[in-house]
Design a protein around this ligand. Structure first.
Ligand code: IVH
Length: 690
């Protein structure tokens, strides 16, 4: 049982806060602070919270109230005092008692081997072990704790002198204001402040929404945030920190770097869990290769691996050059980026009518594969990044596969580049395009847009929808071009004579196709709902709707409340369903499908067989950000499929679902060899793929 479980179970009641004398208030404040610190530690350092955010907030508010009543009890180390102090006129200078050095670089694995050779030459006949750590792409800082209290924080500056940024560092929630038990009287620790990829994206979205310039990368965003004179701004920025070493200390004497890191962990400081002790340079090299592979899936940017000789006695023996230690080196990853030219920006039209700008690139190899096109997502992104036709651009592999246009190389512009304009008319059907206020997507408004129609028909007949075998894209195109089919209902009046006239359709295939069409009439409501292509309604949501309501008329008439009463149906899906069924065109289509004899009911007692359901009885942890639903929705989805959704990864976990920026649960899952699903796989396994 945890040291504070007792306290948490026996929560302070609101009543207790009234009519307190100061001595009792003091005791309570101390107890609350200890609890808050403990739970912050569980959350930020161990990434394994024991209480919900709500419970944590309640504790925090109780402390705030108590301190409001007894302001004389406020201490600088109180968790309520992270953001304090007025804006500064400027930063004071701090002289580092031990200089903060930088590192030499190894730009290839061969250079890393050279480093090992130098080390061995410097330590003849000795065994050498290394510690390898992710090289965090942020800003080096020094934190001074006296008697366990955080008293001074500084930037690296020129290595000898930095700036006093204590006020700003205090706002970082992962940085403890007090060290945990048994901290020595004086400890200076060093580490890297960074901004997670997710926080960076959020910040930039916010800034561009407010018409402010966006940051080029998380490192710049972190630097800009740390150098704010007003700590309230820093506090809004969601910075984080990893600690990776000791500076000046008194009363601490580890024998190795690894031991030093263990001490940091024990004091409640965040030490990167990917840090590894390696017995040989081969192990170090394997580690570097592994990190390079995992680079894009980490929640924060790393630009290499720092390799340090583990033994501090050996470090001392090796000593320093003028600028950097001989006992450590930074292995830098080769860039995952490449430069190429945007030959054109075209627009694609999808099933829902969404117009997506697509960059057509001069083919270029990035991280081992050729990239010739890259989605630009929407108009705003093209504008924000200011990508023009003819621009030389930097391409990056985001995630493992999807290429991304990072930015134009403005210095290479010749003046002949053209600005992309979202067409006012659909490039496929010529109907006006429309962009809803507050939405990023421009859509084709044409009811008869062939692009929408074609994709819509392909979706309608697809395997997870009506499953009409023998109706591939080529045949659908022919049917549409011949004017035989405009919408899905038309499929049901196709005749033998019409089909036999098409390319590559012999008697046998026509007969097969006609019977497949006939069979699809009894596919059931779940498939029909999915086949209709209602925005955000994937196969899983369609199944939930069908099983819950049993009849299409009930789905059509359902209120938002009735829809969201289904666990995996959130507000967005509900709104989309309502919108779909309020469109007279869609209602007409449904009527025609009914008239054609398509079953629009579902047996409500039939739930998917356990064997069909991969999550039944499984324990699943969701981490990171998912695009298609909130974490809570995902957990409810798991539960609705008979699985167990838990908050922390253990040996009992069957699957980890990792969204963007998954954090340390991901690392833990890798450590334990647990099967990891990305969002796509999760959607596939739960039948939510749309
Ligand atoms: S150790 C003497 N460890 O990389 C040892 N540095 O050029 C000094 N960095 O200024 C640094 N992650 O800002 C170390 N795990 C890590 C690091 C790391 C990032 C940065 C740090 C330093 C630069 C080295």
């Amino acid at each position: 049982m945890s040291e504070f479980a007792q306290l948490t179970n026996n929560r302070l009641s609101e009543l207790e806060l009234t009519g307190l004398n100061e001595t009792r208030a003091q005791e309570l404040a101390q107890e609350l602070r200890q609890r808050i610190e403990y739970h912050s530690y569980r959350y930020y350092v161990l990434d394994d919270p024991e209480i919900s955010d709500g419970e944590y907030d309640a504790l925090y508010r109780q402390l705030e109230r108590l301190e409001g009543q007894f302001p004389q009890l406020i201490t600088p180390q109180s968790p309520t005092q992270r953001v304090g102090g007025a804006p500064l006129p400027g930063f004071a200078t701090v002289t580092h008692r031990i200089p903060m050095l930088s590192l030499g670089n190894a730009l290839s694995l061969a250079e890393l081997r050279d480093f090992d050779v130098r080390i061995r030459r410097g330590l003849p006949g000795e065994e050498v072990a290394y510690v390898a750590e992710p090289k965090i792409d942020g800003l080096a800082v020094s934190l001074l704790y006296e008697n366990g209290n955080f008293v001074l924080g500084a930037t690296r500056g020129d290595g000898r002198q930095g700036e006093n940024i204590t006020q700003n560092l205090r706002t970082i929630k992962g940085l403890p204001l007090r060290l945990r038990h048994s901290a020595p009287p004086v400890v200076e620790v060093r580490g890297e402040v960074y901004m997670s990829k997710r926080a960076f994206e959020r910040l930039n979205a916010l800034r561009s929404g407010q018409g402010e310039p966006v940051f080029a990368n998380p490192r710049n965003a972190a630097a800009g945030s740390l150098r704010q004179l007003d700590p309230r701004i820093t506090a809004e920025r969601d910075l984080d920190i990893w600690l990776y070493g000791l500076g000046y200390t008194e009363g601490v004497d580890p024998a190795s770097h690894w031991e030093a890191l263990e001490l940091l962990r024990g004091w409640g400081l965040r030490v990167n869990p990917l840090t590894k002790r390696c017995e040989s340079i081969d192990e170090v090299i394997a580690y570097c290769e592994e990190m390079e592979g995992r680079r894009s899936s980490l929640g924060y940017d790393i630009d290499g691996v720092v390799v340090k000789v583990d033994s501090l006695a050996q470090q001392e023996e090796l000593g320093f050059t003028a600028r950097s230690p001989r006992w450590a080196i930074a292995f830098k990853f080769p860039p995952e980026e490449a430069t190429t030219v945007v030959k054109d920006i075209i627009v694609q039209v999808g099933r829902t009518g969404a117009l997506t700008p697509l960059a057509i690139l001069e083919p270029v190899v990035v991280a081992g594969s050729t990239v010739a096109r890259a989605t630009l997502h929407n108009e705003d992104i093209v504008k924000e990044k200011d990508i023009r036709i003819g621009d030389t651009v930097i391409i990056r592999k985001a995630g493992d596969v999807i290429p991304e246009v990072v930015k134009p190389v403005v210095s290479k512009r010749q003046g002949t580049e053209r600005v992309f304009v979202m067409p006012a008319a659909c490039p496929v059907c010529g109907a006006p395009t429309h962009r809803e206020v507050g939405e990023a997507v421009t859509r084709c408004t044409g009811d008869r847009c062939p692009a929408k129609r074609l994709e819509g028909l392909e979706h309608f007949v697809s395997r997870d929808a009506m499953d009409i075998e023998g109706l591939g894209p080529a045949i659908i195109s022919q049917l549409v071009e011949a004017g035989l089919v405009e919408d899905p209902a038309d499929l049901y009046s196709l005749t033998f004579d019409q089909l036999i006239g098409l390319d590559r359709m012999g008697q046998k295939s026509v007969e097969n196709l006609l019977s497949a069409i006939e069979r699809s009439k009894s596919a059931g409501l779940a498939r029909v709902l999915f086949a209709l292509g209602i925005r955000l309604v994937g196969a899983g949501a369609a199944r939930d709707l069908a099983e819950h309501f049993g009849d299409i008329d009930k789905v059509m008439n359902a209120s938002t409340e009735e829809l969201t009463a289904i666990p995996a149906i959130g507000d967005k899906i509900a709104a989309s369903v309502r919108e779909y069924f309020s469109d007279p065109e869609n209602l007409a289509l449904i009527q025609r499908l009914k008239d054609a004899g398509i079953a629009m009911t579902e047996d409500q007692t039939a739930s998917p067989a356990a064997s069909e359901n991969p999550l039944a009885g499984k324990t699943v942890v969701i981490t990171g950000t998912l695009d298609s639903m909130s974490r809570k929705e995902a957990q409810e989805l798991v539960r609705s499929l008979g699985g167990k959704a838990t908050g922390s990864v253990s040996r009992n976990t069957d699957y980890l679902v990792a969204g963007a920026n998954p954090g340390s649960k991901y690392d833990r899952a890798v450590e334990l060899g647990i099967e990891i699903w990305d969002e796509q796989e999760f959607l596939r396994q739960t039948g939510r793929e749309s």
